[in-house]
Structures are given as structure tokens and as C-alpha cells.
Design a protein around this ligand. Structure first.
Ligand code: FAD
Length: 383
């Protein structure tokens, strides 16, 4: 069904599929659907490329699927990470091999690669902020800062928290969102390429790993309660992070690349629905997994694949919208909910100093346990 566009406020453009949000989830769905012959409009409020707060550790489970989509990660020459160093606040540490491993790759380069691939596949990316999504009589009205659009399907890939969540009356939006996250890049010669380090501090944890540029990404998650006493990341680094001996020596030696770190607040890990008012939610919009697992990007990409497949099935078979929505909900739950549960437990352990020390002792004695736990928070390679 070709779209048509009449640039008159009284008329609206009608498209089959609109995707709201051009992060990894939205761009993956756009590429997948465009390759299957669908005409896709994707709205993204920001320009490309841009930095994002993220650990920049991309689980290797996505590789076969991205190869199929023609998203050529190798073009960016990411670092190959297959070792983990975990340390507690007191500086006790354990070193293990990772079962599947990851790519060390910046969001600046990664999201831009997806964006360019989407454009090459004919996706129309419009830089506009979506203000509202309304479902009316088997179609959607999508209202942006400039226009109103009609569509048969809308995919919601607008990330962990947006005013759209409020407008859609989503329950999680009213619940506390007590976390802040900070990210910055650093230069330091003496840091292995194949390592991701996860260091505990009071009120949070911090990940360190190299990206394709050779810079080291430092990204941490902290409770707002602990962060608010110091307010700015510089003071927080000095007073809180540097109590962990590993972070102390890293921050003493490493040179910051960014003028200012990126900071985001109001992060919540509350449960969300995978379908809301007939919008299929992708990536963080369907649920944010605790970042210590390093699996959020893979889940964003995988959820986009599942939603795309269900929409295509629905279009081909002419099944009811309700059936498609139910199938998506069920596949989402079956594929991801176990990972969310394990991640929730791990985060609870890590944030309780005594439990973190006890678990560290256990893992030092039985080091094969940690890769097994990590496996529970990751998926198999996505075919
Ligand atoms: C501190 C922290 C560290 C993390 N570390 C890792 C890690 O190391 N590895 C990992 O795999 N995952 C990690 N994650 C999770 C990962 O960042 C996310 O799961 C992933 O980015 C989700 O992708 P997404 O496409 O759903 O959302 P996003 O990447 O957030 O994209 C959403 C997009 O929607 C756009 N948007 C929002 N509202 C609108 C609107 N109204 N109109 C138009 N556009 C809009 C935004 O501009 C944005 O580009 C981390 C998360 C946090 C908080």
C-alpha cells in the first residue's frame, strides 16, 4: 500500500508502518521490515551520530542476525571482549573467561551504522519528535512536532522513558525511577582490549571496556540517593568511585576524552507491557534489563526481530490484530523474562556490600559459577 503525502495541515499522510524512535531497536525493525518489502517511516528526535549513555558492550549473540541484515559490524573494527574482571568495594577481585563474549563498540559509531544501513534499505528517517500516538478504529494517528500521520501499525522504540509513556498512561511511569547513570570516554595505554571490568562501589557499579576507537568507556549506574549528596560526577568519582582500589587507580591515571560526562536520571527497572494500546513495544520501551548484564542492546535487537516477524506474518496471513499482539507478547515473555529475573537477583546481590563480598568469596572458590550465571542473562546466538 503506497503512502501518499499532501503537505496541508487538514490532510494527513497515510503509511503502513511507523516506527517511533531510532535507537538500535527501532532501526533494526526498520531494516528487517524494509528488506521484506515494507515501506517504513521512522521518527527520531535527535540527529545522527550521537553519543548515548551505555556500557558499549554488545553481546556477540547478535552477530548472525546482524550479518543476515547486512549490518556490517566488522566495518567498525570493534574490540573483541572475552574476559571479565569483577571487583568488590574492598578491592577483592575475580577474573573469568566469558562464555559468549562481546564487541566493544561505541554507541556513536554503532547507532550510526544502523542508521546508514536503514537508509540504504530505503527506510525514510524523519528527524521529528513524536508527541502522541493515538489508536482509533484499527489505525493509528501519530502526531509529531510538525505534522500528523496515519499508519496501520506503530512500533514503539522510544527507549526507557519518554513523555509518550505518560501519554499512553503506562503504569511504570508513575512508579519511582531512582537511578542515575554516567558515561565518559578515557585514554589509558595500560588497559587490555579483551577485557570488561565490573567494579562495585557504594550505591552502584561501574563498567570499563575499550571501544573501536581505542578509548575506554566508563559507564556507571548509581542510586539517586547516593548521587544526590555529591550532585556532580566529578565529586562523585572522587568521593565514592575511588573508594574501590581498581577505580581509584584507573581514575588517577586515565585522561578524560569528553569535556563533560553524559548523565541521565530517572532510570527505572519496573515491569512494562510488551504491547500498549496496540503499539508493539521494542527494546527498552518493552523493558530495561539491569545494565550489569550487558544484554540490553541484544534484547533491543532481538525484540525488533520478533516484532517484525509477527507483523509480517499478520500481513501475509491476514490474521487478526489481537492474534498478532498476543503472539508478540508470548514470544517476548518466553525469550526474555528469564533473563530479567536473573538480572534482578544479580543486581540485588551486587548492591548489598556484604552479599557482594560473600558472592565474591563463593565465586573465587568456584569460578565456573560466574560464566554459568552470565549465561542465564544472555541468549543463544540469534539465527
Ligand atoms: C547505564 C547503562 C549502561 C548500559 N550498558 C549496556 C551495555 O554495556 N550493553 C548492553 O547491551 N546494553 C546496555 N545498556 C542498555 C542499552 O543501552 C539499551 O538496552 C539499548 O540502548 C536499548 O535500545 P533502544 O533502541 O530500545 O533504546 P534507545 O537506544 O534509548 O533509543 C531510543 C530512541 O528513541 C528516540 N526517542 C525517544 N522519544 C522519542 C520521541 N518522542 N520521538 C522521536 N524519537 C524519540 C531517542 O532519541 C532514542 O534515539 C545500558 C543501559 C544503561 C542505562
Amino acid at each position: 500500500m503506497p503512502g501518499f503525502f499532501i503537505p496541508n495541515k487538514n490532510w494527513m499522510r497515510k503509511d503502513r508502518i511507523i516506527i517511533v524512535g531510532g535507537g538500535l531497536a527501532g532501526l533494526t525493525a526498520a531494516i528487517h521490515l524494509a528488506q521484506k518489502g515494507q515501506k517504513i517511516i521512522l521518527f527520531e528526535k535527535d540527529t545522527f551520530p550521537h553519543h548515548k549513555v551505555c556500557g558499549e558492550y554488545l553481546s556477540r549473540e547478535v552477530k548472525p542476525y546482524l550479518d543476515d541484515l547486512g549490518v556490517q559490524l566488522s566495518k567498525l573494527q570493534p574490540k573483541i571482549i572475552d574476559k571479565l574482571l569483577y571487583s568488590t568495594l574492598s578491592g577483592r577481585s575475580v577474573h573469568v573467561d566469558l562464555p559468549l563474549g562481546a564487541f566493544g563498540i561505541s554507541r556513536f559509531a554503532l547507532d550510526d551504522l544502523f542508521y546508514e544501513t536503514a537508509k540504504e534499505n530505503g527506510v525514510e528517517v524523519i528527524q521529528e519528535k513524536v508527541l502522541a500516538i493515538n489508536y482509533l478504529e484499527n489505525h493509528f494517528k501519530v502526531i509529531t512536532s510538525k505534522e500528523e500521520y496515519l499508519a496501520d501499525f506503530v512500533l514503539g522504540s522510544f527507549g526507557k522513558r519518554s513523555l509518550l509513556d505518560k501519554n499512553l498512561g503506562r503504569k511504570f511511569f508513575k512508579e519511582p525511577a531512582p537511578w542515575v547513570a554516567v558515561k565518559s570516554h578515557y585514554r589509558l595505554k595500560d588497559f587490555p582490549e579483551d577485557l570488561v571490568a565490573l567494579h562495585n562501589f557504594n550505591g552502584g557499579y561501574c563498567g570499563l571496556s575499550r571501544t573501536e576507537s581505542g578509548d575506554i568507556n566508563m559507564c556507571y549506574l548509581a542510586t539517586y540517593e547516593s548521587f544526590k549528596q555529591h550532585k556532580d560526577p566529578g565529586k562523585f568519582n572522587e568521593k565514592v568511585l575511588r573508594k574501590n582500589p581498581f577505580l581509584d587507580s584507573f581514575l588517577a591515571e586515565a585522561c578524560p576524552v569528553f569535556e563533560q560526562p553524559l548523565t541521565i536520571a530517572q532510570i527505572s527497572f519496573s515491569k512494562k507491557e510488551a504491547v500498549e494500546d496496540h503499539v508493539l513495544m521494542l527494546g527498552d520501551a518493552a523493558g530495561l534489563i539491569h545494565p550489569l548484564c550487558g544484554n540490553g542492546m541484544a534484547i533491543a535487537i532481538h525484540s525488533a526481530k520478533i516484532a517484525s516477524e509477527e507483523i509480517l506474518k499478520h500481513i501475509e496471513k491476514g490474521s487478526s490484530r489481537e492474534k498478532m499482539e498476543l503472539a508478540y507478547r508470548q514470544r517476548w515473555k518466553k525469550t526474555f523474562s528469564g533473563r530479567f529475573t536473573t538480572a534482578g537477583w544479580l543486581q540485588k546481590i551486587l548492591l548489598r556490600e556484604k552479599l557482594a563480598e560473600v558472592s565474591q568469596t563463593l565465586i573465587s572458590g568456584l569460578p565456573f559459577l560466574l560464566p554459568k550465571l552470565i549465561k542465564q542473562t544472555h541468549g543463544e546466538p540469534i539465527e
